[in-house]
Structures are given as C-alpha cells and as structure tokens.
Design a protein around this ligand. Structure first.
Ligand code: FAD
Length: 395
C-alpha cells in the first residue's frame, strides 16, 4: 500500500446534516473516523438574515442531536420551535396537529441547514479520534482484489483505508455510484421556490400548508419577524417566480397565498427541482448509504433529513450492538440489519408522500370533495390524528 495511506475504522463521505451526525456518533463510540466534505460552510453571524435553506426538524431528530451533543450548539446559534401544524385545502377542512395531544413541548424546530451542520461540526472538533478533511474531493473508491477494506483516494498522494465507508454525499452520491449500487428515481412535475420573508407581526409557533392542485403553499415560522415560504407549482411557473424582483415576488405572494399570511415582504428566494430516488440496496460489504445518498422524497411533509437521522440512529445502534457482542460490525451480515430496518420504512414514507402528492395534484370531478371530507374526518378522529403525528415525528 502507498506510504501516504491513513487507516480509519470509519470514513464518512459528505459532511452535511446526516454525514456529520454519523461521524460524530461513531467518534463517540471511540472509533477512528475521517469525515470528508467538499465545501466549507460559511461561519454563522447572528446579525445576518436567515439562510434560504430551512428544515423542519422533528422531535425525534432533536432527541438524536441531543444525544450526540450537537443540540447545545444549535441553541447558541438559532432555531424556532413549532408546536402546531395545520393543513387544509378548502377553508373548513383544516386538520390541526398539536404537540399537546402527545404531551410534547413542541413538534420540532425550524432550523437553517447550515446552522445544523455547523453545530455538528463544532461538536466533532471535541474528538481527537475524528479528523475532518475539508475542502476535499473524493477521486476514487475501491476494494483492492481479495480485500474487504475500502481504499478512498483523495488526490494522487493521499489514500485512506477504512473498515466501513459511509456514503452521506447527497442525492447524486459518488459513493453510491462507485460502489455499484443502482437506484431508481424520477423528477416530479412540480418544482418549488423557497422565499425568506419579513412579516408585519411577530411569528407564532404554528406552521401551515394549504393544498392546491398546482402544489401546496406553506408557511414556516422563524425567529422575530422572519419566516420562510415554500411555494410549489409547475416548473414553468416556478421559473417565472424565480426571475421576479423581490417587489414583484411580494405582490405575487399577496395574490396567491392565503389571506392569513398578512402583509409580508420577500427578502430572498431560491428555486429547486424536486426529485425522488431510492437506492436498490443500502449496504455492500464494508459500506452503507445514509440520508439523501440512499433516498430523496418530495419535501411537502418535511421528512427528508428526518429520515436521514433515523438512518443514522439505526446504523449506530446496529454497529454498537455488534461491537458489544464482538462481531465484525463492518461485515455485510451485520450491515444488512441496518438495511432491513431502514429500507422498508423509507420506502413506506416515500410511497405515502407520493400518494398524497398524486391525490392533491388531480382535478378530477368529485375528488376535491372526497379529499376535503377525508381531511375533516381525520380532524374529528383523535386516535387517527395521533397515529399520523407519531409516525411523522418518528415516535
Ligand atoms: C426545497 C426543500 C425543502 C426541504 N425541507 C425539508 C424539511 O423541512 N425537513 C426535512 O427533514 N428535510 C427537508 N428537505 C430535505 C433535506 O434538505 C435533505 O434530506 C437533506 O439535505 C439531506 O441531507 P444529507 O446530509 O443526506 O445530504 P446533503 O444535504 O445533500 O449533503 C451532502 C453533503 O455531501 C457533500 N458532498 C457531496 N459529494 C461529495 C464528495 N464527493 N466528497 C465530499 N463531500 C461531498 C456535499 O457538499 C454536502 O455537504 C428539503 C429538501 C428540499 C429540496
């Protein structure tokens, strides 16, 4: 082997929200870990306006972040709790999910993606057994003939060797491609634009979403007078919104968003195409995929990174258990336990969201009435509401 080879128990490729959580979890187990990230996130400045990329982080994900020690750093930067989640199509068919119904202090928090990543990185710095390589580009990944360990080539001079490689490098995962894992996916016929706004009133702790056949319109409360809007529509209409000035966008919002939004000012915006994909398998010998590298879903239910955190939690538990019983924790046999638990759950959530997306994108006569009766029925059936909420929160 090359003289510049460094040996690790675990190499995590991708230092985003899921990869850095996984790296931290393995480091806490006392393993030697390398975390590779291609771009350095910019530092947090409390005086700056909120980032465009916001995620609704559910109660169970927050619990994981607390266990990992990263939550304290999120709180020193910024996050906003939400305690109610309301959804409807026609006024009167509203369903309101409330944290109180499950005896929880909140359903989750709205957090800027970068804040979450920086919080995890800050906690990572405490571990001398965790080395962050950033900025770095993965150039190759292979198992030398007859070996089970993986070699990760960073540049011509540096190689890493690992018992376990984690692919956390997002939907276009190089790790997935280089390890020969196939995937199946498509682009939705809907895109979305995220808009950071300033409102005329102080935000409360309710997030809401109104469905319409062209796509939902959602409101995510942030701190003080800041909030975020998610506007789904046809790709052509989103492209039109994307090129508007902030003044034009403000006026489009006031025409198309529910009146309860009140008077707002658009501050910044960014558009996204929406894709769904699912890897055919999550594991091979000495390698596992997590987060968007394994699956992406329509963001209408704010589940993407939350599913990623369920992957992290399960993988850590599977490996911890195998280590306790002195089993080869990086072997395919062990890693399959992770896949058995996570793949069906992610697929179920993806399919459920797709069903929701399809039902709400159709304008068939009569379907709208059925949809609204469905919403009203769920609102009146407390047990069903609690079951849905528990599932969405990963409880
Ligand atoms: C519009 C929109 C709204 C969303 N809202 C929510 C929400 O409210 N709640 C929610 O749970 N989810 C939401 N999601 C989904 C969520 O953003 C993703 O699920 C989440 O970002 C996935 O995190 P990840 O760490 O797996 O992947 P990514 O965020 O894609 O991170 C991958 C990381 O790997 C790095 N990387 C890539 N390639 C390499 C390489 N070769 N070498 C080294 N590093 C590499 C990248 O730089 C990046 O930092 C939303 C998604 C969209 C599009």
């Amino acid at each position: 082997m090359n003289k510049c080879t460094e040996y690790y128990d675990v190499v995590v490729v991708g230092g985003g929200m899921t990869g850095s959580a996984a790296a931290l979890g393995f480091a806490k187990e006392g393993m030697s870990v390398a975390l590779l990230e291609k771009s350095q996130p910019s530092a947090f400045d409390i005086n700056n306006a909120p980032d465009i990329r916001i995620s609704a982080i559910s109660y169970s994900s927050v619990e994981l972040l607390k266990q990992l020690g990263a939550w304290q750093h999120v709180q020193t930067m910024r996050c906003t709790p939400y305690r109610q989640l309301e959804t409807w199509e026609e006024e009167g068919s509203n369903i309101i999910f409330d944290a109180k119904s499950l005896g929880l202090p909140e359903l989750g928090f709205m957090i800027e993606n970068r804040v979450l990543q920086l919080a995890l990185w800050k906690e990572c710095q405490k571990y001398i057994n965790l080395k962050l390589f950033c900025p770095i580009q993965l150039t190759n990944l292979y198992q030398p003939l007859g070996q089970k360990e993986w070699v990760i080539t960073l540049d011509h001079l540096r190689h890493l060797q690992a018992k376990l490689v984690i692919g956390a490098d997002g939907s276009n995962s190089q790790v997935r491609k280089l390890s020969g894992i196939g995937n199946l996916g498509w682009q939705y016929s809907q895109s979305c634009i995220l808009i950071t706004i300033q409102t005329s009133t102080q935000q409360q702790d309710r997030t809401w979403q109104q469905f319409s056949p062209l796509g939902p319109r959602a409101f995510l409360p942030l701190y003080n007078n800041w909030a975020s809007l998610v506007w789904y529509n046809s790709p052509a209409n989103i492209r039109r919104l994307q090129i508007m000035s902030m003044q034009e966008l403000t006026s489009a919002i006031s025409q198309k968003f529910p009146k309860r939004l009140g008077s707002v000012m658009a501050y910044s915006s960014s558009a996204f195409t929406l894709t769904r994909h699912h890897a055919n398998r999550y594991v091979v010998e000495g390698l596992a995929l997590i987060g968007d590298a394994a699956h992406t879903i329509h963001p209408l239910a704010g589940q993407g990174v939350n599913l990623g955190y369920r992957d992290v939690d399960t993988l850590l538990k599977v490996v911890r258990y195998a280590k306790e019983y002195i089993k080869p924790w990086y072997s395919l046999t062990i890693l399959k336990n992770y896949q058995y638990q996570r793949l069906p759950d992610n697929l179920f959530m993806q399919t459920g969201i797709d069903l929701f997306y399809m039902i709400y994108s159709k304008t068939l006569p009569g379907l709208k009435i059925i949809r609204n009766i469905g919403l009203m029925t769920v609102q009146r059936t407390e047990t069903v509401k609690k079951l849905i909420l528990k599932y969405a929160l990963g409880l």
